[in-house]
Ligand binder design. Structure first.
Ligand code: KIV
Length: 277
């Protein structure tokens, strides 16, 4: 295993050096261990587990307990990969005290390396207090799935000069509040470029074009595993769903034909079976 785990300081260093990196999701031990074996540098245990793992329609129903349950095995499975724990909807929007308390919980109970939460200028005070309390925070602006309903649904953000300006202001406010990096989701490439140039912390883009510092994708999307929906910005680099269905059908076929299990898959020791029937 030749991978060296990234640190918080590496995020800014990579940007300064113009070194791109990648950021993918995992929600379980096996997937985390596969990502750990790859060259990908960062794992998000995202609240997208709502749709990908739990079959929900949105991320809103995910709880702190769900997140903790899924982050723990990922931390175990990926010791050489920087791990981000997503704060679920309702876990940081009540008060600054609530945000600090739940941020502490995610770090202490799971061993993840930082927390991520959604929101721009309106979250800056909360983030500043969390960072002052010692919690490393990654921001998330542009399309924010937890509040997508208020944004008019899962739509490209920053398509007008005013909304593009607001996203740049959000990024600057989060940087001033102390985040060490910012996820920027679903914006035109020119907005991705402008935001990347406007701040010193790295911009981790998902559907934000080629000019950002890091590319983010949901692992189950990029490997062609999740079948319900494919956003425009997702490139499928493998067809794992098809490979899994083909494998399951081969198991089914060989079971019915008697080809499986052949001798090599059986315990072939002879035993004198007492006549009990
Ligand atoms: O939960 C998630 O997967 C995310 C990504 C869309 C960045 O927040």
């Amino acid at each position: 295993m030749g991978k060296k785990k990234m640190t918080i300081l590496d995020f800014k260093k990579y940007k300064e050096e113009g070194r791109k990196f990648t950021y993918v999701t995992a929600y379980d031990y096996t997937t985390a261990s596969i990502v750990n074996e790859s060259e990908c540098e960062v794992i998000l245990v995202g609240d997208s587990l709502a749709m990908i793992m739990l079959g929900y329609d949105s991320t809103v129903g995910v709880t702190m307990e769900d997140m903790i349950h899924h982050i723990k095995p990922v931390v175990k499975g990926a010791p050489d990969t920087f791990i981000v724990g997503d704060m679920p909807f309702g876990s940081y929007n009540v008060s600054i005290e609530q945000a600090i308390s739940n941020g502490n919980r995610l770090l202490k109970e799971t061993g993840c390396d930082c927390v991520k939460l959604e929101g721009g200028i309106e979250m800056a005070k909360t983030i500043e207090a969390m960072v002052k309390a010692g919690i490393p925070v990654m921001g998330h602006i542009g399309l924010t799935p937890q509040t997508a309903t208020s944004l008019g649904g899962f739509k490209v953000q920053g398509s007008t000069p005013e909304s593009a300006r607001k996203i740049i202001e959000d990024a600057k406010a989060l940087e001033a509040a102390g985040v060490f990096s910012i996820v920027l989701e679903c914006v035109p490439s020119v907005v991705g470029k402008a935001v990347t140039e406007a701040v010193e912390v790295p911009i981790l883009g998902i559907g934000a074009g080629p000019h950002v510092d890091c590319q983010v994708l949901v692992t189950q999307d990029l490997l062609g595993m999740y079948g319900d929906f494919k956003p425009k910005f997702v490139k499928q680099f493998a067809q794992i769903r098809k490979a899994m269905v083909d494998g399951l059908n081969a198991f089914h076929r060989e079971t019915l034909s008697g080809e499986f299990p052949s001798k090599e898959y059986c315990f072939n020791k002879e035993v004198d079976i007492p006549k009990l029937y």
